[in-house]
Design a binder for this molecule. Sequence first.
Ligand SMILES: O=P(O)(O)OC[C@@]1(O)O[C@H](CO)[C@@H](O)[C@@H]1O
Length: 408
Amino acid sequence: MPEADTAPSSGAPVIIGGAPGSFARKVLTERHPALIQQVRDAIPYGPPESQALHVLREEIEGGAISPLPVGAHGYEQWNRWGREYIGRSWFEVPFLWAESYFYRRLLEAVGYFEAGPWQGIDPFGPAKRAELRSRAVEEELAALDDVAGLPPEARDLAVLHGALWGNRADLGFRISSGRAAGADGGSEGDGEGGGEGTGRVIVDDSAVLWEYALPPGAVHVLADNAGRELTADLVLIDHLLHTGRAATVVLHVKPYPYFVSDATTADVVHCLRRMTRAPGHAAGVGARLWEAMNSGCLAVHTHAFACAPLPYAAMPGDLRDDLARATLVIAKGDLNYRRLVGDQHWPGTTSFAELTSYFPGDGPLIALRTLKSEVAVGLDAAALDALDASGEPWRTNGTHAVIQARRP
Ligand SMILES: O=P(O)(O)OC[C@@]1(O)O[C@H](CO)[C@@H](O)[C@@H]1O
């Protein structure tokens, strides 16, 4: 089945980038310009790249959306995806499309795809590597010594919550929340293995995961961020393999840099090298994962659709076939969640299972996500009222999380 050209968007209004006072507008007007600056500060690009970054910044701050240059990587596809949006203001097009296209344009500006000196150089690489060297990662790897000694149920909980709250370690989120990427050491200790301040799980379907994570499972993980989050995801993957719940794991990563810190194959390698060189139990986990990669028990898959500005409902047939082989799919993070349910203003009580009923496979689909954007579904009406009454920006401030399942 070929992928759809545009987002199927029935049911609720699509989130538009520029709605005044919205979270989306803040991302476009604050996060994206700051990101361009961060990239310029991190890498000494030459005049053509610096000038192209300057032009992109001016464009996103008030200009009309330009097309990619003719012949650019994915030119035709992006033109098709953007045919209703190119030429318009960045503030009047769907938020998911605008963000996705921004990252594609940023890679164009720095010559990522073009033959030349900057080809294949990840503009977010310095920030990702700084995070891997951070005290937060060091502490989280050291904590594996204690996790190893826990009784089985507590160990299940610790690795699952590590992967869940690891999603808070997203470098884009940290740009807008004013914390230096990777440089601060991070963890203030919330006892949930993940980061800043206290967190709360508002939907917990983790029992579904343990019910269906059975031998000889074929688990697929849709990865999110590199560095700290990916480290925690790899610990969960090792746990599933080592405890026999999974015979094989497929880790789906991005084919090229995307959404600041999204994991690519290079990031998986950096993470595994970091783990194998760590003291204590972490090195053993890293070594087992290394061996699992060598033997094929852990495989890394990349698909161009991972960087498409479309919901998973529009996924192409080959990806659908790949995911259909899973006995259990774990989708990490906020962006994957937005793409799973559709980046739309759904009422919070809309059923997660119904919105994701199109997703391939006979096994459960489980989203592990900290809330960092406006989309939230599958909530109980009373809980939703209480959250709304709290006055907190609970949908976007990263302090709330869901472990949300679509049962088979
Ligand atoms: O997928 P992730 O890394 O959990 O989150 C991606 C994210 O930081 O990017 C968007 C804003 O740029 C938000 O939807 C979300 O907070």
